[in-house]
Design a protein around this ligand. Structure first.
Ligand code: MGD
Ligand code: MGD
Ligand code: SF4
Ligand code: MO
Length: 679
């Protein structure tokens, strides 16, 4: 009997949200509906604790605003005037339009746009990819989240391999570097708290003393985009005071002699002038790092949403190699552990269906440009599992592009999102609890299975079903479009050549619900860098015209505005997800702009004033919160807020669509703004 046919009971599930913790869940079902969501106490990492967001998830699953049937636009784009249509009409309209476009403009006039609103591998890297490969559509480079840092980390370590979070209970020093752990990785906090009971110290390095900074034993405020210099200053002291592990460097690294020579110029006085961190604190931090073992660095996403973010992560990733911490249980670093759970992507995504066509690739961070300026133009956009009208940078450009009358836009989502308001056709999506999928955490080492627990909501359909329907209507008759969801999970877990996934199959997951990656052989013994060692000096970077040794480069000059603006995510939303839920909005209260007291008094701004934040790209309005939580010259907000009618909380109206130094990454936090009181 499947879970869906059982009216009542408690069923296993996985949190599908784009969150490193990827919790095991238990769904309590009564009369065919989920009535309660709690953590699975047996999950080895998340152990029954879940966040408030998901504890209140039933509100979202059964929200009366949820889409139940397809819609067709009848009013002006953006106005929200739609009428109900059938699935048949929706699929026919879309595919007729696409056929005509393929004839007149070629398949590259069609652009898919998606991200990880659901982390399920077959939902967002499965049938969809097969479909657009077969079509020969423009390809999307999915760079909005961690790509600068992922590439930077790979230059040093070869791939997403780092410390097992479960081992961090043994750590004696935690450095939370550019990560708002309390909100964005709560189970790392649980491990750190356990370690703290055994004397561990927690250091937080951030531009904002937020909930994570307040939790720290030592909070180190830093100027945005300068962390590379701080890391180089630490290296300077480690080498100068011989706090390095030469035997480790000799065996496991390349370039330590060059690095030692190179960091001579990054003395604490020089570094202090760049970072705003006092000279004595740089010495103290370096000595603490050089003498405490095990020491663990949790590398966050904040530092890499900058012009120089790739190099910053690459540099910090070198630190554990200087002190040999990779060999100590609970020591090392974690930027992301996806490498351990690398499955068979070729089988899942089938790039062979492209049949060697060289289709253009569009960077998702440049969506506005792609819709407004790209030649030949994008004429149709298919958005799924993402909400670019809120989350993409240079938001006004994005919305101007979405408003183009000649752009044929389809949006597949659970809600009529801000993006869906611009669609010609809107398709209702199932929630992850209605589908089969597998999930691989990018922080811990577990792979998990979701099997459908409830029936599809209204007429909603899963991503895979939508692409099966589209494929059939387009006449794509390859067997790849016939595979069931379970079959796709099977394919992804075969022939991957990843020793860490050896022995884990669809059947294991059906039986056990989750499985841990096999951690033998030890990843340090087979690092996928060109040299097979940790690359303190990187020939590969030199070949790409990047400095081969860790090097500090200042942020790009973003215009003559007084403040650097850091608009991060918040505690009770998950990017823009939940920002349309009343309960979550209430928990989050009002969006604020944090400003230093010196800046505020110089500008005649008082605590609680509504301020206008503006630059040449756009403007928004927030309520100011004045204090010492940010350094002078920096303003910080939290949250990607929904567009309530006339709300002026659209922070991405201000963010740049410049591309970071590596991986085509986003630079959300490298924009400059001015701030004035609204009278
Ligand atoms: N509750 C909640 N959890 C989430 C999310 C959410 O929206 N809400 N989003 C999920 C997603 S998709 C992601 S990618 C992760 C992101 O979660 P994190 O990795 O925590 O990244 P951010 O919250 O973007 O930024 C982390 C911190 O970096 C700081 N920061 C910004 N610039 C700099 C800098 O130059 N130097 C330093 N040292 N610090 C800087 C910010 O002030 C912020 O406190 O969280 C995931 N989890
Ligand atoms: N200013 C600023 N902007 C940012 C960031 C920041 O820190 N500051 N962070 C950036 C980062 S790190 C990220 S990852 C992005 C995230 O950006 P997005 O990936 O766009 O994340 P969400 O806003 O959560 O939107 C996900 C959407 O997917 C829908 N969805 C969920 N499950 C499914 C499904 O199974 N099928 C379909 N079809 N739809 C589904 C949800 O309802 C929701 O509308 O935002 C980026 N934008
Ligand atoms: S959002 Fe993160 S912390 Fe919350 S339940 Fe999901 S995985 Fe766990
Ligand atoms: Mo992200």
């Amino acid at each position: 009997m499947t879970y869906t046919t059982q009216e009542s009971g408690v069923f296993p599930a996985v949190c599908s949200l784009d969150c490193p913790d990827q919790c095991g869940l238990l769904l309590h079902k009564k009369e065919g509906k989920i009535v309660k969501i709690e953590g699975d106490p047996n999950h080895p990492v998340t152990k029954g604790n879940i966040c408030n967001k998901v504890r209140n998830m039933t509100e979202r699953i059964y929200d009366p605003k949820r889409l139940t049937h397809p819609l067709k636009r009848v009013g002006k784009k953006g106005s929200g005037e739609f009428i109900r249509i059938s699935w048949e009409e929706a699929i026919t309209t879309i595919t007729e339009r696409w056929r005509a476009l393929i004839d007149s403009d070629g398949p590259e006039s069609i652009l898919p746009y998606s991200f990880y609103g659901n982390m399920g591998r077959i939902s967002v890297e499965g049938m969809d990819r097969r479909f657009f490969h077969r079509m020969g559509a423009s390809q999307l480079d999915r760079t909005i989240c961690n790509s600068a840092g992922a590439v930077g980390y790979s230059y040093t370590m070869g791939g997403a391999f780092g410390t097992d979070p479960e081992d961090t209970v043994h750590s004696k020093l935690f450095i939370m570097w550019g990560i708002n752990t309390v909100s964005t990785n709560m189970h790392q906090v649980v491990f750190a708290e356990q370690a703290r009971k055994n004397g561990a110290k927690i250091v937080v390095i951030d531009v904002h003393k937020n909930q994570t900074g307040r939790w720290a034993d030592w909070f180190i405020p830093i100027l945005p985009g300068t962390d590379t210099a701080l890391a180089l200053g630490i290296m300077h002291v480690l080498f100068a005071e011989n706090l390095v592990d030469s035997a480790f460097m000799e065996k496991y690294t390349v370039g330590h002699e060059e690095l030692k020579e190179h960091v001579r110029t990054y003395d604490p006085t020089t570094v202090s002038a760049i970072t705003g961190v006092p000279v004595d604190d740089i010495y103290k931090l370096a000595r603490m790092y050089g003498t405490t073992s095990p020491s663990f660095i949790r590398i966050g996403n904040g530092i890499q949403h900058h012009d120089n973010g790739g190099m910053c992560v690459r540099t910090i990733a070198c630190l554990p190699a200087l002190t040999g911490q990779w060999l100590v249980k609970g020591g090392g670093a974690n930027k992301g552990n996806k490498g351990f759970l690398e499955h068979n992507k070729l089988a899942l995504q089938r790039p062979d269906l492209l049949a060697n066509k060289q289709t253009r690739v569009i960077n998702m961070n440049e969506l506005g440009k792609a819709l407004l300026d790209t030649e030949p133009p994008v004429k149709s956009l298919f958005v799924y599992t993402s909400n670019p009208a809120i989350v993409a940078p240079e938001g006004n450009k994005v919305r101007q592009g979405l408003a183009r009358e000649d752009l044929f836009t389809v949006v597949h989502d659970l809600f009529l999102t801000e993006t869906a308001l611009y669609a010609d056709i809107v398709l209702p999506a199932t929630s992850s609890y209605e589908n089969t999928d597998f999930y691989t955490s990018y922080w811990h080492h577990y792979i998990q299975l979701q099997q459908p627990v409830i029936a599809p909501f209204g007429e909603s359909k899963s991503n895979t079903d939508v692409f099966r329907l589209l494929a059939a209507a387009m006449g794509y008759d390859e067997p790849a479009f016939q595979d069931s969801d379970a079959e796709m999970v099977r394919q992804a877990l075969k022939g991957h050549g990843n020793p860490h996934l050896e022995g884990i199959t669809y059947e294991t997951l059906v039986e056990k619900q989750y499985a841990k990656a096999n951690l033998e052989p030890f990843f340090l013994e087979h690092l996928p860098t060109p040299s097979g060692k940790i690359e303190l000096y990187s020939q590969a970077m030199a070949k790409r015209g990047l400095p081969p040794l860790p090097t500090y480069t200042p942020l790009v000059n973003d215009g003559d505005f007084p403040y650097l603006f850091v608009p991060g995510p918040n505690h009770n939303y998950l990017n823009s997800t939940f920002s349309n839920n009343e309960k979550h909005q209430k928990m989050e209260k009002i969006p604020r702009l944090h400003m230093n007291v010196a800046d505020a008094s110089a500008s005649g701004i008082s605590d609680g004033d509504t301020v206008r934040i503006w630059n040449e790209r756009g403007e928004c309005e927030l309520v100011v919160s004045i204090g010492e939580n940010v350094l002078p010259g920096v303003v910080v907000s939290q949250g990607l807020w929904a567009d309530a009618p006339h709300s002026k909380h659209y922070v991405n109206a201000l963010t740049p669509d410049r591309i970071a130094d590596m991986g085509g990454g986003a630079t959300f936090f490298s924009g400059r703004v001015d701030v004035e009181k609204v009278i």
